[in-house]
Design a protein around this ligand. Structure first.
Ligand code: TRP
Ligand code: SF4
Length: 329
């Protein structure tokens, strides 16, 4: 029997999930959970690096994120789903890794450099923020993960994890596999305003948006900015909205729009109507499951408890070896 490789990934709990998370990350997790021994977790400690002044949002988002995962089909029977802060061993390993991580490695990290370049007023760039990748390294290696699915923006963090892991192994013995990133071809999802969909741009369509909200958002969405009037021809390739069609509309509809738009045979208002109809239908089963879990909080609690037990067992076993290796036991 070949042992399944272990996959680990996390999401910061800073709000509800939007279509960018769904099509960019979760569709990939859905495939991975069938093939690998997956650990997916809510990174609430990492969320605090930016939300520490408003921790309520972190707590709320932690339950929401579980509901959103479950509603798209992440399966607690297949994957271990847990909350980072419930597994205190991550913090212990983070501390030990912080002893061996040279400061220049962290000062070179692009996230840190960007934040300090932007002014990074006092209080924004904290000690925890600088150490963010060290905690991420602890998250990953404490489960001896082999593969880490991430978007390109996270690549420097996983590179750092690899360096820290090699350094640890070199100093104390080969305890950890050096994890590999799996780069998902980030099907980048466009936001309402023409930029990448992101919570911080306030341009997102959330998995939990109701029909009224969806209608408002779709009708406000930027399309092909060159197309000023109904009679102007449009270009689906340059249209900000068009890439959403293949995700929700039928192939026949997609082809029809692709042909009709450049001939001005369809206007953006009608094109949006088609998208809205299909988006509402596509999200309906997700909304049904969200409602189901909202009405059964005890089920969500039980899933979180089960995940905690499974994750803790692995993390605790790793830490026993780590303590021995660093002569603390
Ligand atoms: N930093 C990741 C993000 O912002 C979240 C994260 C925390 C993570 N720990 C991780 C991702 C470990 C993968 C593995 O998306
Ligand atoms: Fe975009 Fe559709 Fe308008 Fe063409 S008709 S520009 S594809 S929204």
């Amino acid at each position: 029997m070949t042992v399944k490789k272990r996959v680990l990934s996390g999401m910061r709990t800073t709000g509800r999930l939007h279509l960018g998370h769904y099509h960019g990350v979760l569709t990939n997790w859905l495939k991975l959970q069938d093939e690998y021994d997956c650990y997916f977790f809510a990174a609430d400690w990492h969320a605090l690096t930016s939300e520490y002044q408003d921790p309520g949002i972190v707590k709320e988002s932690t339950v929401d994120i579980f509901i959103d995962w479950l509603s798209v089909g992440i399966d607690p029977e297949k994957a271990t789903l847990f909350i980072q802060s419930q597994i205190k061993e991550h913090a212990e390993l983070h501390l030990l890794l912080s002893m061996i991580t040279p400061l220049p490695w962290l000062l070179r990290n692009p996230t840190y450099k960007d934040a300090t370049a932007e002014g990074g007023g006092e209080g924004e760039v904290t000690y925890g923020f600088l150490g963010y990748p060290v905690l991420q390294a602890a998250d990953i290696i404490i489960y001896k993960a082999n593969l880490v699915p991430i978007g390109v923006d996270q690549l420097p963090h996983v590179e750092l994890t690899r360096e820290i892991t090699r350094r640890f192994n070199h100093l104390y013995g080969e305890i950890f596999p050096v994890p590999e990133p799996i780069l998902t071809e980030t099907s980048k999802v466009n936001g309402l305003d023409g930029r990448k969909m992101s919570k911080s741009y306030n341009n997102s369509i959330y998995l939990s948006d109701d029909e009224k909200t969806l209608k408002k958002k779709v009708s406000s969405m930027v399309t092909d900015i060159q197309r000023a009037r109904r009679n102007d021809p449009g270009d689906p390739e340059k249209c900000n909205l068009f890439p959403l069609h293949p995700l929700y509309s039928s192939p026949a509809e997609v082809e029809e729009i692709r042909a009709a738009c450049p001939r001005a045979e369809i206007g953006c208002v009608d094109c949006k109507k088609i998208l809205l109809k299909n988006l509402v239908a596509g999200l309906a089963p997700i909304h049904d499951r969200q409602n189901y879990y909202r009405e059964h909080p005890e089920l969500v609690k039980e899933i979180i408890e089960t995940g905690r037990g499974r994750a803790r067992k692995v993390a605790a076993a790793t830490m026993e070896k780590v303590r021995k290796a660093v002569k603390l036991d």
